[in-house]
Design a protein around this ligand. Sequence first.
Ligand SMILES: [Zn+2]
Length: 238
Amino acid sequence: MPTELLFRDDAYLTEAEAKVEAVNELGGIVLDRTIFYATGGGQPGDVGKLRRADGSEIAIGTTIYNKEDKGQVIHVPAEGQGAPQVGETVTLVLDWDRRLKRMRIHTALHLLSVVLPFPVTGGSIGDGDGRLDFDIPEGGLDKAEVTEKLNELVARNAAVSERWITDEELDANPGLVKTMSVKPPRGSGRVRLVSIEGIDLQPCGGTHVRNTSEIGLVAVTDIEKKGKQNRRVRIALA
Ligand SMILES: [Zn+2]
């Protein structure tokens, strides 16, 4: 059974009940559903805890996808934690401070890809900072200028929303694909599109804030040359 990904529909859930489906040989906990984002797309897996019915807690150090079954999420306990029983109902409690910082950075990186409309070759999201690597033929990027443009977009108070679209709908709307900053992946039958109203549209499975205003002030902290055609642009919450 694939894990139901509650964060895909509501990234603001900080607590949820779930049932323990399995505990693997390494202690990894599989639940029927989760609010914990699993490592992927440059964003680290969520941390938090599982609260058991008797009030005891199991600290979760990270969250990952099962390599053999990509639809299954594994909650990896921190060292020295107890294990729940299969069939038990637990309450997931997310480390929200950390997740919100990641959501703010993640959404800011969407905006960065608008300020710098070049092919993205990589990226990473941290707790309050992050980076994108761009395929940029020439240098001359100015930190202050990119920062200013980025904050202009943040200040537009643009709504961020997600919706699913089927491959058939995509085929029927070639114009939509043309407006996307990243080409949607094919083959899974449907694609999750993230829209920043009037600013950006791209396929993404990550967690975002609901409005660009929630990002707050950001700054470009570094622009690094990574090879002839590559620039690594780092940003941080101000
Ligand atoms: Zn995203």
